[in-house]
Design a protein around this ligand. Structure first.
Ligand code: HEC
Length: 214
């Protein structure tokens, strides 16, 4: 008899837990509203922060745990390297692997096919010409980010389309970031006085979130 009662009690608790879970899910879903950022949906500031968290995590992981394991980094020996190959701008021709900035761009190009939002890398100490800050927003945001080390976020309009845009600091998170940039021939030629240090802002990650009906 006692065993039966205990069984019944356990079953009741399980049922109540299930009911509570269904209830919670229903509330969470109805409260979730639309997926369009900036409308009556999620705050665009939160959306860009989430996107940035993922971008930064992948970028850092790729640099620290893939690029940094290669024996040669853009023509120079890497003392931490264990894989007998090179991370180099000419990776396609040489049988190497892409540099972190190239990897980032390869991802950005695939993501852009979705047409939901765009992102990219910029820097006032750019090696690649197409990665200089271009729009007024990018120039102002980049300067502020270098000054403060904090992200810069604002609304902007490009060709009649409104965006919520953000620039996050792109910091020297691994030794490989600074050794490669500081010794790169283009860097040395263009910015002979600029030597990056660990942790320093080397550029910015730009995210442009188009706002519907704005
Ligand atoms: C082995 C060399 C190498 C390593 C390691 C490397 N970079 Fe670069 N980086 C480059 C080159 C070369 C470019 C330009 C090539 C391109 O984007 O097509 C570049 C581009 C960039 C840009 C865009 C502006 C520009 O210079 O065109 C930023 C910002 C940047 N790197 C920051 C970093 C950070 C931060 C790290 C570490 C997480 C890092 N880089 C690691 C070589 C390197």
């Amino acid at each position: 008899m006692l065993a039966f009662l205990q069984k019944l009690k356990a079953r009741t608790i399980a049922l109540m837990t299930l009911a509570a879970a269904i209830c919670f899910t229903a509330i969470a879903c109805s409260g979730g509203s639309t997926s369009q950022a900036g409308g009556d949906g999620i705050n665009p500031e939160v959306v860009v922060d989430y996107i940035h968290t993922v971008l930064l995590a992948d970028r850092t992981a790729y640099t620290k745990h893939v690029v940094n394991r290669f024996e040669t980094l853009e023509g120079k020996p890497n003392e931490n390297g264990v894989v007998p190959a090179e991370a180099t701008e000419g990776w396609k021709e040489t049988g190497g692997i892409p540099l972190p900035a190239q990897m980032f761009r390869l991802g950005a190009e695939i993501a852009a096919e979705e047409g939901t939002f765009t992102y990219g890398l910029i820097s006032p100490w750019n090696i690649n010409d197409s990665q200089a800050p271009k729009t007024d927003f990018e120039k102002e945001a980049m300067a502020k980010v270098i000054e403060t080390g904090e992200p810069y976020k604002d609304y902007q309009e490009i060709g009649g389309q409104k965006y919520f845009s953000a620039v996050y600091p792109d910091n020297a998170v691994a030794e490989a970031c600074i050794t490669c940039h500081n010794t790169h021939p283009v860097h040395l030629e263009r910015y002979p006085d600029k030597q990056f240090e660990m942790g320093e802002v080397m550029g910015g990650v730009v995210i442009n979130l188009p706002l519907e009906g704005a």
